[in-house]
Design a binder for this molecule. Sequence first.
Ligand code: SIN
Ligand code: MN
Length: 222
Amino acid sequence: MTLQDKGPGKLECDAHFGGLGPVPCQVLRGVHIHRHALDPATQTQVVEDVRAIAQAAPLYSPLTPWGKPMSVRMTSAGQFGWYSDRRGYRYVDRHPSGSPWPAIPLSILNVWTRFAPDAPVPECCLVNYYAEGTRMGLHQDKDEACFDWPVVSISLGDDALFRVGNVTKGGKTESTWLQSGDVAVLGGDARLAYHGVDRVKPGTSDLLPKGGRINLTLRVVT
Ligand code: SIN
Ligand code: MN
C-alpha cells in the first residue's frame, strides 16, 4: 500500500484488495476511508439483508450505563451482539428477546474480506439506525478482547458528519461527511481512536425509502 501526503489530515492511500485493483482512500487521523467502496447494487443487497436481520432481531434503543436511552437504535448479527444497559457496555450472545442473533449475511462478510483480508472472521455486525436528529457521541470501540484486528464500518443512506479524535480522551478532532457506500476502517494506530457522529443530513440519499442512515460495524470480539 502506498501513502501520499495531500496536506494536513489528507493522506491518501492506494490499497489493493483481493485482486480488485487499487481503491483510493482518504486517511483521516489514521482512519482509512474508502469512498464509494460499495456500488449501488451492493448497497441495495446489503440493505435487504439488514432488513432480514432486523426482522429476526428487532431494533431497540439501548440504555447507557447512566440509564439514558441512546438516540441511535441498534441490533446485531453474528455470534455476539454489542449491548448496553445499566450494567455497562458488553457483548452478549442473545438478543434481548432471548433469541440468538441471526448470522452475518454474505453480502456483509464480503465487505470484511475485502477491507480486512488478513483478519479472522468477524463475530459481530452491529447495526446502528440513525433516524433524523440522532447522533452518537465520541467514544472508543474497546469492548473487544484484542485490538489487533480492525473495525470495518459501512455507511448506508443519508450522509453523516463523522468526527475522529485521538486514542486518548480530548485534544483536536477532525470531521468528514460519510456517504452511502463509504467504508471506514479503524485499524492499526487508529484502532482505538475516539469517533462519533455529530449529525445526519436528511434527504441526501434515496437508498432508504424512509430516509435516515444505517451504519454497520464489523468486529472480531473474542
Ligand atoms: C459506531 O461508532 O458504532 C458508529 C459509527 C458510525 O455510525 O459511522
Ligand atoms: Mn464506534
